[in-house]
Write a protein that binds this ligand. Structure first.
Ligand SMILES: [Zn+2]
Length: 446
């Protein structure tokens, strides 16, 4: 059973703000000074072997130099943060989050109360806490793939983070998302009652393009589309998912988004809907529970990304003898196989968790162990949440690497994540854009 942390409880558990992070006023570090972070080892995000005794020189919000300790002295006047025996990595990137979801805990009213009963201000306040939780767990960048009925709330949270009013990761936001009539909750109410929907519903290519234009106009960095909705197990024991948009509808969205130099993320479980996602030119398949060999080949050919979100499907399965219980078990059974196939075939895989679908107090980094269970090396798993994720976001040289010119987004862990990838559950140091947010490893020295 998952625990639902109340906001007050969550705040008590949060690490205190470290020096240089100012949650109450705009701006970051002032004036800029040279900063040197040293540690026992560096995993730079590119997949290269760990480098011993690294020093990372930071100027402003960027990394200026990365070199071995002793190769030259730190610049005069530089502040040195010595992380001792820790391993430095790039700030982690979660490519599938929902800061406006809080776990959909049935005891707390499930999904529907969030849209029916919670004031927008309450949802925004909890999204602020979620954003902070991502950062304290070492996720310095997230792609937040829709607000679940909270409109353009993600655009405002992103702005408040960027202006320094609240702590949080760099955000790539998808705003409202798009599905079709019959393709997204709220549902199950009397047809006479009009209820809000967790996505913008369209029918036909004209409405699809208009929705994409509206969302892009109001600040969407990505467009999120639901290409499948309900899922169940049929008489033959096969997983079936209900398709939503047609290829023509999706093509209109993709064409519009690409014209704006934006990309389209498609929630798709399997079958017809997943095939339409691929044929319609979707940039990333979200979840992709069941990929056929032909679909894997098409993803490789088209360069389609795969954001599998493995761990979330292991949560709270319904009883085994119920239709939903059978569905829950089938999802898990086919998902790992799909991941293995995709990995072997060389599909581009980026780390995503669907956090928000589970509570923000749970470790986001639990996904790493699932990736390793299904065949990634710990280094590949780390790359999926660093340089590979940055590539998905079109931020290759700026995010996901510890290298000159990149943003100074660094984390550190006490244990070696190549020995046990679960070390990434305990991030003891977080820096974003040259500003230390969390520091439980360090003994800072001038
Ligand atoms: Zn999701």
């Amino acid at each position: 059973m998952r625990l639902m942390l109340c906001t007050a409880g969550a705040l008590v558990c949060l690490a205190p703000l470290s020096h240089a992070q100012n949650a109450g006023s705009p701006g970051t570090v002032s004036p800029y000074h040279d900063l040197v972070v040293r540690a026992h080892a560096l995993i730079d995000g590119t997949g290269a072997n760990p480098r011993p005794n690294p020093e990372v020189l930071i100027r402003g919000d960027r990394i200026a130099e990365v070199y071995a300790r002793g190769s030259h002295p730190p610049p005069a006047g530089a502040e040195v943060i010595d992380l001792g025996a820790a391993t430095i990595l790039p700030g982690l990137i979660d490519c599938h989050t929902h800061i406006f979801l809080q776990g959909e805990e049935p005891a707390a009213g499930g999904y529907d109360v969030q849209l029916l009963k919670f004031p927008a201000s309450y949802r925004a306040a909890r999204a602020v806490v979620a954003a902070r939780r991502a950062l304290e767990q070492g996720f310095t960048t997230i792609r937040d793939v829709e607000t679940e009925g909270a409109g353009y709330g993600d655009v405002g949270i992103k702005q408040a983070i960027n202006e320094g009013y609240i702590p949080g990761p760099r955000m790539f936001v998808a705003t409202r998302s798009i599905s079709t009539t019959g393709g997204y909750p709220l549902e199950g109410y009397a047809p006479e009652i009009e209820v809000p929907k967790g996505a913008q519903l369209i029918d036909g290519p004209v409405e699809a393009r208009k929705a994409a234009r509206e969302q892009l106009d109001h600040g969407a960095d990505w467009i999120k589309v639901y290409m499948t909705h309900r899922s169940w197990v049929d008489e033959q024991g096969a997983l079936v998912s209900q398709p939503t948009l047609t290829v023509e509808e999706l093509r209109a969205i993709v064409d519009e988004a690409h014209g704006w130099r934006r990309k389209v993320a498609c929630h798709a479980y399997n079958g017809i809907g997943l095939q339409r996602a691929l044929d319609g030119g979707c940039d990333s398949i979200e979840h992709g529970l069941e990929l056929s060999d032909a679909q894997v080949a098409q993803m490789v050919r088209q360069g389609t990304w795969y954001v599998p979100t493995l761990a979330v499907y292991y949560y709270d399965p319904d009883p085994a003898d119920t239709p939903t219980g059978k569905r829950d078990r089938k999802r898990v059974a086919v998902h790992g196989v799909s991941f293995q196939k995709a990995l072997r075939a060389g599909v581009k895989i980026a780390f995503g968790t669907d956090v928000g679908g589970f509570v923000w107090s749970d470790p986001i980094a639990q996904e790493f162990a699932r990736e390793v269970e299904f065949g990634m090396t710990p280094m590949q798993a780390i790359e999926s949440a660093t340089s590979r994720a940055a590539e998905l976001l079109g931020e290759s040289s700026r995010l996901g690497v510890v290298a000159p010119g990149a943003y100074a987004d660094l984390i550190a862990v006490a244990e070696d994540p190549l020995k046990d990838v679960n070390a990434l559950r305990n991030v003891g140091f977080v820096m974003k854009g040259g500003v230390v947010f969390k520091s439980t490893l360090t003994s800072a020295a001038k």
